[in-house]
Design a protein around this ligand. Structure first.
Ligand code: DGP
Length: 220
């Protein structure tokens, strides 16, 4: 009899949230933890600033280059597309892919600047669909008390607050199109260890058992 587990693929798990919610710390710790256990896992950071497109995005975020809002939006999306095949291949090879941001940041940040929601959503259509997105939540007051904003373009209170509102719409869109279970909020308050425990409880099955079935297509 064939082993049913052999048809399982790696899970695609995305972390989203506003700046300073602790997302990058949690993502790094999670990948380390999985590797220590002997699980195969890979961290995929978005934007991936190492590629040619990523370098243009980096210059824009650091205000070293100016760009039309539509143009930079499409570059963020292109940056995800240039990583899409590698994500797909890894998932098919049983590797858990953990992404630090994805297309949901793409919509939330660009729509917060005033671009139409549909324009922001469309370029990412049919990218690999995350099996689960963890949206880390922190109030503006708590985020502000953590540390000062950095130097980058979007790190202002007004931009973060507009982005927060857009994330609410993005969450609704994911739930409507792909099912409620694919978008889970994680309370980002407390110590690093407390948040880590919350995350572990949510993703344990996905990372240890993988996923059955094909990789879906985003927004399709
Ligand atoms: P990070 O490297 O995680 O600090 O992200 C860089 C900044 O870029 C952060 O403020 C969020 C923003 N960002 C991430 N992805 C996108 C995207 O696809 N579109 C836009 N407009 N902004 C993004």
């Amino acid at each position: 009899m064939s082993d049913p587990s052999s048809s399982r693929r790696g899970a695609f798990i995305v972390f989203e949230g506003l700046d300073r919610c602790g997302k990058s710390t949690q993502v790094a710790r999670l990948v380390e933890r999985l590797e220590r256990k002997g699980d195969r896992a890979r961290l995929q950071k978005f934007p991936d600033r190492t590629t040619a497109i990523g370098k243009m995005i980096d210059a824009y975020l650091q205000s070293k280059a100016e760009m039309d809002d539509h143009a930079i939006h499409l570059l963020f999306s292109a940056n995800r597309w240039e990583c899409a095949n590698a994500i797909r291949r890894d998932l098919e090879n049983g590797i858990t892919v953990i992404a630090d941001r994805y297309a949901f940041s793409g919509i939330a940040f660009s729509a917060a600047k005033g671009l139409p929601f549909d324009f922001c959503l469309n370029p990412d259509k049919s990218l690999p669909l995350p099996d689960l997105t963890l949206y880390m939540t922190l109030s503006q007051e708590e985020a502000s008390s953590r540390s000062q904003f950095g130097e980058e373009r979007y790190e202002t209170v007004s931009m973060q607050s507009a982005t927060r509102q857009q994330f609410t719409l993005v969450a609704q869109e994911v739930k409507n199109r792909h099912g409620k279970e694919r978008w889970v909020e994680v309370d980002a308050r407390g110590t690093i260890e407390e948040v880590e425990t919350r995350i572990e409880g949510i993703i344990a099955n996905l990372t240890s058992q993988g996923v059955q079935g094909e990789i879906g297509k985003l927004w399709i």
